[in-house]
Design a protein around this ligand. Structure first.
Ligand code: XMP
Length: 530
């Protein structure tokens, strides 16, 4: 295992991601972590980039005495390089005359006849390298005992190495895709310098995670978890069931804001297909009652969130009582959450010297209210890895590749007050849109698609009659991270796709006289309408 110490760079998590692509396991910790206190011994350390200047007051620093006691190879990237230099010669870093941002050509300097480790970092990468720079500071001169292994016209110390110890610093970012051979450099460091084995596979992950869950929960312990029909909760539930079978209880809260037939689909998959114990709680009247007269989007979210916690807790108490009467099982002490790695990173990344590091255990509000211990089997995985895992666990393709669906459900897709008749309309229109996307082989090409109902009316002619009906707005976007998005441009062969969807919706959904397509990018729009 490699240790990645985070100094707050936007790219830090990419380092762990690239290592995973190399089938190498690594853990990301804030740069302030006590490295001698870990329950495992890292074989190497990578110091990430960061937005600070090492000489700046309050800039984050590692405890170099501790770090060097580990006696393992160290690679500093960008701020990490400055940090290594800082600890070897306090005055070595100067503010750059100009920020350097973008592509650079790196020249690799060979050192024949020096210590064996010196040339290992760039071994096999050729004499020149296209690299990505993103920094404000650079080294003004070489720290004592270091030599240059790479330079650019702009940065004479773009790569440095210690003469006797395996300490390396590089000014560029090998973890971003703009440094094409960056992954080979990371491989050189991890495999040839740190001697880490490349054996992280999904099969291994499943085996290890199942035994970890069994040890945690014990022979009799029971686990409860909410499922939504979404990818993450379905995969987490399946994994939990493989680990402890009937001692895992899944709960689906039907809040009346779900998509067409959603509760039935989840029940069919989890119970009929996989044999998971599932309780479907029909709380739709309670939610719709609480949403009466609520038109503000944030208030809708809060109302739904609060009621979800209440309903889930009531159900947990019922299951606990039932469990107490079963002779072979202990108490429900655990809560399953489908937390993914990006959420974990968000909570453990280094947030700057003055900020406290928040705990991801508070995500969603549920754990805080429940006094249950958290179990998060997906906490090391990225979304695409969860999909690979889901496929390995035998979850059908159409579920594994489902678009995200927001927790507040269709309530934020009925603009204005979400009433039962309005929800029925948006549900029907949404089903037509999604069915057509699937039928035309477009579903997997869009990241998220849905129908929303606008709270205004427009004139139309249905049959021979003038109708003052409502408007459905269709949204289909392409994105990788859901932070930015562009609308889907249905290509030439699907030129008439939206016409067909429009025609079906106006014909089949009562009360709709008009269909529009939302062409707003994010930003400035968001993906959802509310
Ligand atoms: P926005 O609308 O913020 O959406 O561009 C980005 C992604 O997040 C989903 N989303 C939510 N998910 N609770 C959720 O669980 C919410 O309140 C919520 N709001 C938006 C949205 O569907 C999209 O995938």
């Amino acid at each position: 295992t490699l240790l990645v110490l985070d100094f707050g760079s936007q790219y830090s998590h990419l380092i762990t991601r690239r290592l995973r692509d190399l089938q190498i396991y690594s853990e990301l910790l804030p740069c302030t972590a006590n490295v001698l206190d870990l329950s495992w011994k890292p074989k190497g350390v990578i110091l990430s980039g960061g937005p600070y200047s090492v000489y700046e007051k309050g800039a984050p620093h590692v405890d170099w005495t501790q770090l060097s006691q580990l006696d393992i190879p160290i690679l500093g990237i960008c701020y990490g390089l400055q940090e290594i230099a800082w600890h070897h010669d306090n005055k070595n870093v100067l503010a750059g005359e100009k920020r350097e941002y973008g592509h650079a050509k790196l020249k690799i300097e060979k050192h024949k006849g020096e210590a064996a480790h010196v040339d290992k970092l760039f071994n096999g990468l050729g004499n020149d390298l296209d690299v990505w720079m993103s920094h404000g500071d650079k080294l003004s001169h070489l720290p004592a005992s270091f030599s240059i292994i790479a330079d650019t016209p702009n940065a004479p110390f773009a790569g440095i190495v210690h003469g006797t110890k395996p300490y390396y610093g590089i000014q560029f970012h090998p973890e971003v895709s703009h440094t094409p051979k960056g992954i080979e450099l990371l491989r050189n460091f991890a495999v040839d310098i740190c001697m880490v084995r490349q054996h992280w596979t999904m099969e291994e992950f499943v085996g290890k995670e199942i035994s970890r869950i069994r040890t945690l929960v014990g022979e009799k312990g029971q686990v409860i978890g909410a499922v939504s029909g979404g990818v993450d909760s379905t995969v987490a539930a399946k994994l939990m069931h493989e680990a402890i079978g009937g001692r895992f209880h899944a709960v689906l809260v039907d809040n009346g804001l779900l998509r067409q037939d959603e509760a039935k689909i989840v029940h069919k998959t989890l119970t009929n297909h996989f044999g998971i114990q599932l309780t479907v709680v029909d709380a739709s009247q309670r939610f719709l009652g609480e949403l009466k007269g609520v038109t503000d989007p944030e208030q809708k979210r809060k109302t739904i969130g609060r009621n979800f916690i209440d309903v889930f807790q009531e159900e947990a108490h019922k299951l606990e009582k039932a469990a107490a009467n079963s002779p072979n099982a202990g108490d429900i002490e655990w809560l399953l959450q489908g937390t993914l790695y990006p959420d974990v990173i968000e909570s453990i990344s280094f947030k700057g010297p003055s900020q406290t590091i928040k705990s991801h255990h508070n995500v969603g509000g549920l754990p805080a209210a429940m006094h249950l211990k958290l179990i998060e089997p997906l906490r090391e995985l990225f979304k695409d890895e969860v999909r690979i895992l889901g496929t390995k666990l035998g979850i059908p393709e159409h579920l594994v590749w489902r678009h995200p669906f927001p927790g507040p459900g269709l309530a934020i897709r009925v603009l204005g007050e979400a009433t039962e008749p309005q929800l029925r309309i948006v549900r029907q229109a949404d089903k037509i849109f999604i069915d057509e996307l699937v039928a035309n082989d477009l579903y997997r090409k869009t990241s998220q698609a849905f129908a929303a109902l606008l709270p205004v009316r427009a004139v139309g002619v249905i049959g021979d009659k003038r109708e003052h009906g409502q408007i459905i707005s269709l949204r289909a976007v392409e994105t990788t991270d859901f932070m930015t998005a562009v609308r889907s441009h249905f290509d030439i062969e699907n030129r008439t796709f939206l016409d067909r969807v429009s025609s079906r919706i106006t014909n089949e959904v009562e009360g709709i006289t008009r269909v529009v397509y939302d062409i707003t990018s994010k930003p400035p729009g968001t993906i959802e309408m509310e």
